[in-house]
Design a protein around this ligand. Sequence first.
Ligand SMILES: NC(=O)c1ccc[n+]([C@@H]2O[C@H](COP(=O)([O-])OP(=O)(O)OC[C@H]3O[C@@H](n4cnc5c(N)ncnc54)[C@H](O)[C@@H]3O)[C@@H](O)[C@H]2O)c1
Length: 461
Amino acid sequence: MSVPIKISSSVAASTSPSAGSPLHDLYTRRRAAESQGIRPSRVLQPLENEGLRLLILENISQEAVATFRSQGYHVDHYTKAFSEDELVEKISSYHGIGIRSKTKITQRVLKAASKLLVIGCFCIGTNQVDLEAAAQAGIPVFNSPFSNSRSVAELVISELISLSRQLFDRAYELKTGVWNKQSKNCWEIRGKTLGIVGYGHIGSQLSVLAEAFGMRVIFYDVLNIMPIGSARQVETLEALLNESDFVTLHVPELPETINMISTEQLAQMKKGAYLINNARGKVVDIPALIEAIKSKHIAGTAIDVFPHEPGANGDAFDDQLNPWASELRALPNVILTPHIGGSTEEAQRMIGQEVSQYVARYLGYGSTIGAVNFPEVDLRAITAGQDTEIRVCHIHRNQPGVLKQVNDALSPYNVEKQYSDSKGEIAYVMADIADVSPADMTRLKERISNTDSNILTRFLT
Ligand SMILES: NC(=O)c1ccc[n+]([C@@H]2O[C@H](COP(=O)([O-])OP(=O)(O)OC[C@H]3O[C@@H](n4cnc5c(N)ncnc54)[C@H](O)[C@@H]3O)[C@@H](O)[C@H]2O)c1
């Protein structure tokens, strides 16, 4: 969803700047819009009004690029990832960068990024960015951790049916020229019990879909969560394992979830049950699972995530990578997929929309809601009729006395609203102040920027 360009409906005389100045240009554009009958609330612009330039890499969705262009940003769009050297050479002229997982934003890149304000990771993870160094440089990093929940939930539904019908083995046999029609140990999923471990974004969506197929749904989560539909929360993992015909894992990788399904837990599962893991590779002890399948206690498994995964398409998935790989591959009714749970066109589009919106909201309004390395701060919008208000966005080191200095500087003006928060060594204060003349703005910005703890100060008007 793109952020619409909003133009002020009126301009107060007290802030009318001289012709030819950036503010004058801005107000002229606002008046032109007003004369065409456009009366939405105010969009903010950096005080310097310098054209913001974005570097968008790794073939990020065209919708995201269109969103940025519609906000008036200059966008350079490349399909490939940049190497560290290429980034160091080019990044100094950009205010924002959009990447996926292949472009690495290292400390060296950040040192060269003298104008960089924001990093958008158009993917789930943010390991490719030195988050700490970015925060120290006053650069929030945004990602989209939950855009692919539905895609994962749908894949699990397909795996429930594929496992219970031994679909992959039958299909593989016929593709190799063998006709092997079977009904023994093939089941409908209707009426069976699905046990969901982790009832978060994915687990809860799956719950709804599974009930539509006539399954009974139970779930186990460390939190008490309101069940959706007729699902029921159980008290312990063991209770879930005892009762379920299918167990599906949707927990994060944490010290307490590593190997949470091992020999003991597999023994607690019903004989002939199935195990599905689309969560994280280390959540299942795979050698223990191999033994449980060999002994026919577990009737099949679908695994999308592995402790060690190949770095690129075409790389081998073999015993060098994971010592049990060939043994697992050779077992019956085992579905192995290359971490594709969230890999759909829809998920990519959602990621593009969500991250581009975060980036645009930060550049245009200063909001850090959704940032992974930064305190999350936002203020409600400055609306039409509040045209003399400006927004102060001050990123600083988290140390005593900063707010006193900032508030001393702001004290001659009416502070309409203000919010401050910190995360580790970084703190961020946003304040909307009224009735500031253009000359005052420049002086005020200099004063706040020159405080000891200043990392970055932006004024939006
Ligand atoms: N296969 C893929 O392509 C793919 C795509 C997206 C997400 N994932 C993975 O799926 C998993 C779930 O994602 P999500 O978006 O639903 O996460 P989420 O944070 O929304 O939900 C996780 C749930 O697990 C619960 N939980 C945490 N520790 C637990 C424990 N020890 N026992 C029981 N419950 C516990 C949490 O309380 C939460 O409700 C994550 O590991 C994520 O990395 C995989």
